[in-house]
Design a protein around this ligand. Structure first.
Ligand SMILES: *Cc1c(COP(=O)(O)O)cnc(C)c1O
Length: 486
């Protein structure tokens, strides 16, 4: 029999821990405060800076640790706003043209809210059949977009492109059955434009020591399939083993699409794993014109697509799809005694059998809810709009700013440009120009190096970016160039 002292102690602890279960009145009060805060942010967003260089944020976090002095929701939000918001990059801004801007559609936040409140477990079919089926349906949609076969393909929703890439590379490694002894004879083929997450993934999966061939590119920074083939044949001749070809459908630097169809044929011919990094470019498959340019993507063994880029979801949404789901199961399905109830025979595949994750957030809801209440059309329209905006920018800056030199015509929604000043070193001038734009902060660009020259980049990916924002960016460029040329 438990004694009374134990029961009293349990009651005391229950009273304290009840704070974790606010009642309906409290919940509604807090929800209202959260909603007012978020709404005020969205209402003023258009007038906020895209970038604020000053490093003033988060000071209090380096002084104070988590404490046991609870504050009100109102004060907590005010503190958050003061310490976290307003400095650095403003990724929600329509004036954010740097890197690959993410999304943050509010509909996904509603999905996350419900996913978090219900805390459904979407790792294993047995535990969350509806949640897993919802995610698998979204994966099916991505497989259809890519043109994958219905009966063998599959994949999972990841936290982002990097983790999806890691998952793909581990599957490719296991599929080729590469052992440590084989490493120095196995060859991977890519271009200099491949994303650095691939190098990270190779490192994590123990493949640092394999041979890496950087295949030459054409003038638009796309892999030359002829050069790829030549290199593979030379390697075979030298008793090496071609292992994997990595192509990109939308490079981060300039949005170039490698000739996937041709590369896919070469991969098949030499039994190489063919991976397509479509983290940025993948959702442009919704646009007929681009679908055509990405022909051959269906030949890939694995494809990475980021819903937090091209589907405008908040950060934390990537996806990996593979042509043959057995390859992922081979690498990631594990059994554990304590999970013995969960592995009863079912036709539905569980995300936890396809990736390193076991417990994972229910990522499907933030992706499904927006699609359910909006349909696909607004997403497709937004992507087509972004492509046209990048072309519009390129045409307008060349037409209106004498001395402006642009990169290759945008294949997707990224344009590169640099200003050639009346005198002096162009690289130095463009560095000063970008510094001046960063200091101003109304618009954010990032830069890159192409053919050893500094280029400023305009990446139109944010769903809030429209004609007005691109026009403002051009006006600001004119203004800063004028100031610097004085
Ligand atoms: C963004 C990006 C990645 C990395 O994806 P994360 O979601 O940032 O981890 C990989 N490849 C390309 C081409 C990208 O644009």
């Amino acid at each position: 029999m438990p004694n009374q002292k134990t029961i009293d102690e349990i009651s005391r602890l229950e009273e304290l821990s009840r704070a974790l279960q606010p009642d309906s009145l409290k919940r509604n009060e807090w929800l209202r405060e959260i909603s007012i805060y978020a709404d005020a942010f969205l209402n003023k967003l258009e007038n906020l800076k895209a970038f604020n260089q000053e490093d003033l944020n988060g000071r209090e976090f380096s002084k104070n640790r988590v404490s046991d002095n609870p504050t009100s929701m109102h004060d907590a939000l005010a503190f958050y706003d003061q310490q976290v918001m307003g400095h650095g990059l403003n990724p929600a801004s329509g004036y954010h043209f740097g890197y690959i801007p993410g999304g943050g559609i509010v509909h996904s936040a509603y999905g996350d809210y419900i996913a978090d409140v219900t805390n459904l477990y979407a790792g294993v079919y047995f535990a969350g059949p509806g949640a897993v089926r919802l995610e698998n349906m979204l994966i099916r949609w991505l497989c259809d977009l890519a043109g994958y076969p219905e009966n063998t393909s599959g994949g999972y929703l990841s936290s982002g492109g990097s983790i999806a890439t890691l998952t793909a590379i581990v599957a490719a490694r296991d599929h080729a059955d590469i052992s440590i002894g084989d490493l120095s004879k196995s060859v991977i083929y890519l271009t200099r434009q491949a994303h650095h997450s691939i190098l990270k993934s190779l490192h994590i999966s123990g493949l640092d020591d394999l041979i890496m061939r950087q295949i030459p590119m054409d003038q638009s920074f796309r892999m030359r399939p002829g050069e790829l083939e030549k290199q593979i044949l030379a390697d075979i001749n030298n008793d090496l083993k071609p292992f994997m070809i990595i192509a990109t459908a939308g490079t981060t630097d300039i949005g170039a699409i490698d000739p996937l169809n041709h590369i896919g044929d070469i991969a098949a011919q030499h039994s190489c794993w063919f991976h397509v990094d479509a983290a940025y470019g993948g959702f442009f498959l919704l646009c007929d014109e681009i679908k055509h340019k990405m022909q051959g993507i269906e030949k890939a063994d694995s494809i990475v697509i980021d819903p937090h880029k091209g589907l405008f979801l908040p950060y934390g949404s990537g996806a990996l799809i593979v042509r043959n789901i057995q390859t992922l199961l081979h690498s990631f399905r594990q059994e554990a005694n304590y999970l013995q109830d969960t592995t009863r025979k079912t036709h539905e595949i569980s995300p936890s059998d396809l990736s390193p994750e076991l417990s994972r957030p229910f990522r499907g809801l933030r992706m499904w809810l927006p699609l359910a209440i909006l349909g696909v059309s607004p997403f497709k329209a937004a992507l087509e709009e972004k492509i046209l905006l990048a072309r519009y920018f390129q045409e307008k800056v060349t037409g209106e700013i004498p001395g402006m030199e642009v990169g290759p015509n945008p294949e997707l929604s990224i344009a590169l440009f640099r200003y050639i000043p009346s005198q002096g070193d162009p690289d130095h001038f463009n560095r000063l120009l970008l510094d001046a734009i960063h200091k101003d902060g109304r618009v954010f660009f990032s830069s890159t190096s192409l053919n050893n020259h500094m280029y400023i980049r305009l990446a139109v990916v944010n769903f809030r970016t429209h004609l007005k924002h691109v026009d403002t960016a051009i006006s600001l460029l004119k203004e800063k160039i004028h100031e610097l040329e004085k």
